[in-house]
Design a protein around this ligand. Structure first.
Ligand SMILES: Nc1ncnc2c1ncn2[C@@H]1O[C@H](COP(=O)(O)OP(=O)(O)O)[C@@H](O)[C@H]1O
Ligand SMILES: [Mg+2]
Length: 248
């Protein structure tokens, strides 16, 4: 079982964002999706969990097409497919504990189980003992880890990370990348990591897919992407936009 995306299309009014994305996320792998700002990476990720509905094409998760799921089934899907939001999306007035517990309470788990799972999740992101803090009392990296804990508390099969290291300093970036690898090995989750940071992509991913002008321009291992001849791929990987100009 895995995630299979076929010929996905999505436009907002006249703006075509995805114009035929096909992509398979293999069981157990960590796939990085790279691409310039505004290319549609978040749109792609949101479509996987049914936060956005595609205009055409299909997303199949564990054999079920997301678009056909009813409300309850969508909730169930979102527990199975943890989504780590770009800006952590924490509630500022709630403690770390309550931020992580919120979704579990909505599942109507008994309070002892909620507490156990929150502790377990905070432990996994190395924030044990931070439950009583407020988000404002945390660093940027710690806030991102709370966002991760919130997804992990559901014991998901998949983790989707939207730019987990954007805006972080290099040291904190390394901490987060290490955590992403740890989640993959400790929990056996299948992961999709959206990033525009090549260092992170090389560090966490077994395969890297590049989104460009609405489609997957390239997919391959880190070695394969390093060796790619396509000027669009090279331009991005080497941070040389001049190579990407005027090519289609
Ligand atoms: N809900 C929305 N309504 C209208 N336009 C949107 C919406 N979400 C995203 N877009 C547009 O789609 C494009 C891709 O956005 P996004 O997926 O967020 O890019 P990124 O690759 O940086 O994550 C952008 O031009 C953005 O403005
Ligand atoms: Mg984005």
């Amino acid at each position: 079982m895995s995630i299979e995306i076929r010929d996905l299309r999505k436009a907002f009014g006249p703006k075509i964002v995805l114009s035929g994305v096909s992509l398979e996320v293999r069981d157990g792998e960590t796939l990085a999706v790279i691409g310039s700002s505004g290319v549609g990476k978040s749109v792609l990720l949101k479509t996987i969990v049914g936060l956005l509905t595609p205009d055409a094409g299909t997303v199949v998760v564990d054999g079920r097409e997301v678009r056909t799921l009813g409300r309850e089934e969508l909730y169930e899907l979102r527990r199975r497919v943890g989504y780590v939001f770009q800006f952590a999306a924490l509630f500022d007035s709630m403690t770390v504990f309550d931020n992580v517990a919120m979704g579990l309470r909505r599942m109507r788990l008994p309070p002892e189980q909620v507490a156990d799972r929150v502790e377990e999740a905070l432990d996994r992101v190395e924030l044990l003992g931070y439950g009583d803090r407020l988000p404002a009392e945390l660093s940027g990296g710690q806030r991102k880890r709370v966002g991760l804990a919130r997804a992990v508390a559901f014991r998901p099969k998949y983790l989707l990370y939207d730019e987990p290291t954007t805006g972080l300093d290099p040291v904190t970036t390394t901490v987060i990348d290490t955590l992403i690898r740890k989640m993959s090995s400790d929990l056996g989750v299948t992961s999709v990591v959206i990033t525009h940071d090549m260092t992170s992509a090389y560090r966490v991913a077994g395969r890297i897919a590049m989104l460009f002008e609405g489609r997957i321009r390239f997919i391959g291992t880190p070695d394969e992407i390093r060796a790619a001849a396509d000027p669009v791929v090279r331009g991005f990987v080497e941070g040389r936009p001049d190579l990407m100009q005027g090519v289609a």
